[in-house]
Each structure stands twice: as C-alpha cells, then as structure tokens.
Design a protein around this ligand. Structure first.
Ligand code: UDP
Length: 231
C-alpha cells in the first residue's frame, strides 16, 4: 500500500468507523441498525410470509422484495420523497445481492420483504444497506447459506482506496461497490462507475474483498452480542 493519506485522514486500505446493532425494532420480524462513517441506516425485514400482493407470489419458490429509501433529510440538498431511478436501481441490486444466500425454494408462495431506510447518507449507502439487511435477515431467523456483506473500493487522486466517502465518491475517478458471501468469496454484487485500467480494477476488487471480510467480522459480532446466551 502507498503512503497516500486521504482527505479524511484515512490510509488507502482503511475503513470508516462502523457500528452494527441487530434486532433494534419491536414490530419487525428482523431488524438492524448500522452506522458506516456518516451513513446511518435502519433495516426492517418481514417474512417469509404470504403476501397481500398475490400476483407477485410464485408457486415453486419464495420471492424477495427490497425497498431502498432515502429520507428527505438524509442528504445535504433535500431529497424529494418517494422512489426515483436511483432508489429503484439500488432496491433491485440489493435484492439480487442477497438472493443467492437465501434458500427461497423452501418457501413457495411466500415473500420476504426488506425495507432499507437511509436516515443519513455519506457515500456507500448501497453496500451499507446490503450489510445491514443481511444482519436483519439473520435476526428474522431466516436460514441463510452465508451473511452477505458489501464494501466498495475505488480510485481517488490516482490511488486505489477502500470504502469511498461521499466526497471521494463525487470527486474521485471510480467507484467499485461489491457484495460477497464471505465463506466462499462468491461475488453477489459488482458494479463499476468511472474509469479504471484492468489492473486497477483487479486491485480495487481485491481491496473491496478485504474490506468485506473485515465488515463481516463486525456483522458476526453484532449477532453474537444479540444472541449469545452467555451472561
Ligand atoms: N447522494 C446525495 N443525494 C442523492 C443521492 C445520493 O447527496 O439524491 C449522496 C449520498 O451521500 C450517497 C452518495 O451521494 O451516499 C453516493 O451516491 P451513489 O449513487 O454513488 O450511491 P452510494 O455510494 O450511496 O451507494
């Protein structure tokens, strides 16, 4: 790693401070709260349950539905309430990133609903949302092959760096958010925005993977804290 020090004082391979709490909502089947740098995200999970939207149900498999939403006060310029192109895209890719870990074939005619509420945003909310949603799914008691975790890497000032802040996301040259199933390393989300050489792209993915593994430990700690039977 180079000696490059970032605007917020981080080293290239340093994550922002992270806090994860499992099971924070009474009424949801599962929930999680996550702080990732300046991001504050709350996730509620319901299901598997029979849905009132019957046309969405499938006879042979369960269905996962995700809604990513940004609060109007979560960003500097007020965000217009309601869905838009960006939130629809993030809802879709989040459901797709989580789906490989869920054994949906065990829940025909059922639906798992995931609500991701971004209360404050500071870059990297899609990865943070996926990370929190996965903890909420475990909290809901839904069996999973693995706890999916997300983290981004990117290019800022010609350096490959881990976990871009909002400033780095906006001023940087590239952003590569990924999500993985840490046990196998299987990638369930891979996006790339900006210009990278093939070598830089490879380095960014490796760095993002390292970041994912670190965040994965914090997911497990949060769940252990909630569910450990030790006094
Ligand atoms: N953002 C914003 N207004 C918006 C959408 C996003 O200020 O309407 C900020 C927010 O901090 C977000 C960042 O821009 O985290 C980067 O957004 P991007 O679309 O790259 O997704 P993210 O990095 O959050 O997954």
């Amino acid at each position: 790693m180079s000696e490059y020090i970032r605007k917020d004082g981080r080293k290239p391979n340093e994550l922002r401070p992270i806090k994860i709490e499992a099971g924070v909502l009474e009424r949801a089947d599962g929930s999680a709260y996550l702080e990732f740098g300046g991001n504050k995200i709350l996730v509620a999970v319901y299901g598997p349950r029979e849905s009132y939207i019957r046309r969405l149900l499938k006879p042979n498999t369960g269905v996962i539905r995700c809604r990513y939403n940004m609060a109007p006060f979560s960003v500097d310029d007020r965000k217009r309430p309601g869905p838009d192109r960006r939130s629809s895209e993030i809802s879709k890719i989040t459901a797709e990133a989580l789906k490989p870990a869920l054994m949906l074939e065990n829940y025909p005619r059922s639906m798992i609903d995931i609500y991701i509420e971004v209360i404050e945003a500071e870059g990297g909310t899609r990865c943070a949302g996926i990370t929190a949603a996965s903890v909420a799914l475990v909290d809901a008691g839904i069996p999973m092959k693995d706890i999916v975790v997300g983290c981004a890497a990117g290019k800022v000032d010609d350096e490959i760096v881990l976990d871009l802040s909002e400033y780095e996301d906006k001023e940087g040259q590239a952003d590569v958010p990924i999500a993985i199933m840490p046990r196998t390393g299987e990638i369930t989300l891979l996006q790339s925005d900006g210009d990278l050489t093939e070598e830089e792209f490879q380095t960014a993915i490796e760095l993002a993977m390292e970041g994912c593994l670190k965040v994965s430990e914090l997911q497990k700690e949060a769940l252990m804290k909630k569910y450990s039977t030790e006094e």
